[in-house]
Design a protein around this ligand. Structure first.
Ligand SMILES: NC(=O)c1ccc[n+]([C@@H]2O[C@H](COP(=O)([O-])OP(=O)(O)OC[C@H]3O[C@@H](n4cnc5c(N)ncnc54)[C@H](OP(=O)(O)O)[C@@H]3O)[C@@H](O)[C@H]2O)c1
Length: 281
């Protein structure tokens, strides 16, 4: 089998490397991509097909692993692709159903966990009529592929509800830290957390680091989650607000940098009508 990866980002490159190690041929298309993507593809040992057209011609299966806001547009180029198109992005069930209407044979996917480097960390949820043969491609890999159902949208619903909690609560933590700072009660809040919720100070710092590194990509993901909630008649405002928190976060390629929380809270409060009253980050 030849599998085309769109595109070798952090996750796509790692999943591609896992497929290669499992005995599959994995290709990518360098046309229009950045040096960072080329570097990751090279390191993962993926073959360069050059253009998207050539990638489409040579692939039996295409695996789309790109930022959620780009997923639908990326699929547009594969309306005549005869193989199986797997959309493994963090998008709403309705978005992947739209993609299924564009590409011929669609499998819905949702990835939970970090870019896989060893067994047991990363799950690929799959759904759709062709989900089983796609799961079989991962049989001898470190990625745990799980078929959820035959319905397009089901795998994405797993991803959306999972990330609604993880990334949604991270955004909430950052926002409430900013409020506490603006109101001059951050020290009192930290004191209370020390007694009753001791994990939250560390979690705030981790949330800030993630927001600095990946917040730009999570804006789209939060909006997809909001769409997922709205589609079943639930309030979508939680994740619209989370999207706004990530939109306001600055971006850096060095999210481990010191003072991550300081940077994010300052950015969140930059237009605040209340002058921050100080506190401890
Ligand atoms: N990283 C994780 O821990 C993680 C965990 C679970 C799920 N995922 C899922 O994996 C997907 C990708 O995440 P990632 O971490 O691999 O992201 P990433 O490292 O930022 O990589 C994104 C890739 O997509 C390409 N890209 C960026 N903008 C694009 C656009 N507008 N159109 C087409 N391609 C574009 C980038 O190429 P250029 O830079 O060359 O443009 C890059 O190769 C997301 O849907 C995410 O939800 C990631």
């Amino acid at each position: 089998m030849t599998i085309g990866v769109l595109h070798p980002g952090e996750m796509g490159a790692a999943v591609g490397a896992a497929l290669r190690a499992g005995g599959q041929t994995v290709i990518w298309a360098s046309s229009g991509r950045s040096e960072a993507t080329s570097g990751r593809a090279e390191q993962a040992g993926l073959h360069d097909a050059g253009t998207l057209e050539e990638l489409g011609r040579r692939s039996d299966v295409i695996l789309s692993v790109c930022p959620p806001h780009a997923a639908a547009e990326v699929a547009q180029g594969f309306d005549r692709f005869p193989g199986i198109y797997v959309d493994a992005n963090a998008v709403a069930p309705a978005t992947v159903r739209g993609i299924a209407n564009v590409v011929g044979r669609c499998v819905d996917g949702g990835i939970v966990g970090p870019p896989p480097r060893r067994r047991g960390t990363t799950r690929l949820y799959l759904s759709g009529a062709d989900a089983r043969p796609v799961a079989d491609l991962f049989a001898d890999t470190i990625v745990d592929a799980r078929v959820v159902s035959e319905d397009i949208g089901a795998a994405s619903a797993v991803k959306m509800t999972y990330a609604a909690w993880t990334k949604g609560t991270s955004a909430l933590l950052l926002a409430l830290r900013a409020v506490a700072r603006a109101e001059g009660v951050e020290d009192a809040l930290l004191d209370e957390w020390g007694w009753s919720l001791p994990e939250l100070p560390e979690r705030s710092i981790a949330a800030a680091r993630s927001a600095l590194g990946k917040g730009w990509r999570w804006v789209g993901e939060m909006e997809e989650i909001a769409e997922t909630f709205a589609a079943v008649g639930l309030p979508d405002d939680f994740h619209r607000a989370a999207a706004e928190v990530y939109r306001r976060s600055p971006h850096t390629d060095d999210p481990g940098a010191a003072a991550a929380l300081e940077r994010v809270l300052s950015a969140l409060l930059v237009d605040s009508p209340v002058r921050a009253k100080g506190g401890t980050a």
